[in-house]
Write a protein that binds this ligand. Structure first.
Ligand SMILES: Cc1ncc(C[n+]2csc(CCOP(=O)(O)OP(=O)(O)O)c2C)c(N)n1
Ligand SMILES: [Mg+2]
Length: 394
């Protein structure tokens, strides 16, 4: 693997007063962007523009907020991340790789996505198919690509979280309080399935659900003004959602603030609308539908890298410090949260042995076979526990 030290002030968009963490943040964000550009260019097909635009939001969510143990992507109380705009799959693969998410499916830990997997983006049998596929890539929570589908699934996951909390949480032990985050695009919000699911989420007051809408005014065919001019914020307020607006997709402090607002909202789902620029940094393709579903082209890739302060000819570059920064962020936070949950689970087993037995058989699937599955109950509408110290730094 080629390793290069980039100077801190190479990273575009870092204010001169920024501390080491902000500089590393920008380096990580630009690594996500350039991996996406390079993978699409090498495959000669795919969707480069949206990962480039959403890298700051995805990075902020994963690095600062998501309760996810990279060593154990099956931890039952993990926050769920759904990329409903599945065409932006390289965003997810880059995160899975850089965060060091493990594949533990056959009992031995190995990386879920290696740099070589990313180099095989969109190839037959690759762990990085064109759109994310459940079961093919550890860390992919659900298959997406058909627009709207991930939005619908995310509502199901949020209902599932509420149902689990209703079944197994006790006043003195909270087993389930996970949140569900879904990224979605203009195309997602055009789809009926997303609208119907959003309406239900508002009705059920799923405060454990957050959609992050990529408001880039671009779709596959051109600008959204051709077909999609509705007031999305007003529509979601009508569904009884909490709506937050971030006007600059590169403003990670505002993104963290919006995620913090979601965490503090106890009675409604949250929609975070982020105004973004597809193919951010690509001088000729930014804000055009040409950046949606085709490679940028070698020269445009070079120019975009130049705009990030990146070595123009470096391919699949992960600069020094990037893996370590992820490890110190989501890596350490997720591991600590999981350990803290393990203690709760031990308390749960000690204090509620019969319920713990029911949970184990439920999780292994046997309770469904012997007909002892707990009967569905409407989920509670409030959070099981108040926001804790791991919430977003806003
Ligand atoms: C249900 C469905 N219809 C059509 C498509 C084909 N398709 C892929 S992306 C896209 C729209 C792209 O626009 P947007 O959702 O705004 O994504 P962006 O380019 O902004 O990332 C369409 C129509 C699809 N994936 N799913
Ligand atoms: Mg769009």
């Amino acid at each position: 693997m080629r390793r290069t030290s980039l100077q801190a002030n190479d990273a575009r968009g870092v204010p001169s007063h920024a501390g080491a963490d902000s500089i590393l943040d920008r380096l990580c964000i630009n690594t996500i962007r350039t991996l996406a550009m390079d993978a699409v260019q090498k495959a000669n097909s795919g969707h480069p523009g949206t990962p480039m635009a959403l890298a700051p939001a995805a990075y902020t969510l994963w690095q600062r907020v998501l309760r996810f143990d990279c060593d154990d992507p099956h931890w039952p109380n993990r926050d769920r991340f759904v990329l409903s705009n599945g065409h932006a799959s390289m965003l997810l693969y880059a995160l899975l790789h850089l965060a060091g998410v493990a594949d533990v499916t056959d009992g031995r830990a190995r990386p879920a996505v290696t740099l070589d997997d990313i180099k095989r983006f969109r190839q037959l049998g690759s762990r990085c198919p064109g759109h994310p596929e459940f079961h093919r890539t550890p860390g992919v929570e659900t298959t997406t690509g058909p627009l709207g589908q991930g939005c619908g699934n995310s509502v199901g996951m949020a209902i599932g979280g509420r149902w689990l909390a209703g079944q197994f949480n006790r006043p003195d032990v909270t087993l389930f309080d996970y949140d569900v985050y879904a990224f979605c695009s203009d195309g997602d919000l055009m789809e009926g399935v997303a609208s119907e699911a959003a309406s239900l989420a508002g009705h059920l007051r799923l405060s454990n659900l957050c959609w992050i809408y990529d408001n880039n005014h671009i779709t596959i065919d051109g600008r959204t003004e051709i077909t999609f001019t509705e007031d999305v914020a007003a529509r979601f307020r009508g569904y009884r959602w909490h709506v937050v607006h971030v006007t600059d997709a590169n403003d990670t402090a505002s993104i963290a603030g919006a995620l913090g607002a979601f965490r503090r909202t106890n009675d409604r789902p949250t929609l975070i609308i982020i105004d973004s620029h597809i193919a951010y940094g690509a001088p000729h393709k930014q804000d055009t539908s040409a950046a949606h579903g085709e490679p940028l082209g070698e020269e445009e890739v070079r120019l975009a890298k130049r705009s990030y302060g990146w070595p123009e000819d470096a391919m699949f570059l992960v600069p020094d410090g990037v893996y370590e920064h992820f490890r110190r962020g989501i890596g350490e936070r997720g591991r600590a949260l999981h350990r803290e949950w393990d203690v709760r689970y031990e308390t749960f087993q000690r204090r509620y042995p019969a319920l713990a037995e029911r949970y184990r058989s439920f999780r292994s699937g046997t309770s469904r076979q012997d007909g002892t599955a707990p009967s569905p109950r409407l989920p509670p509408t409030r959070r099981a526990s108040p926001p804790g110290p791991h919430r977003a730094r806003s």
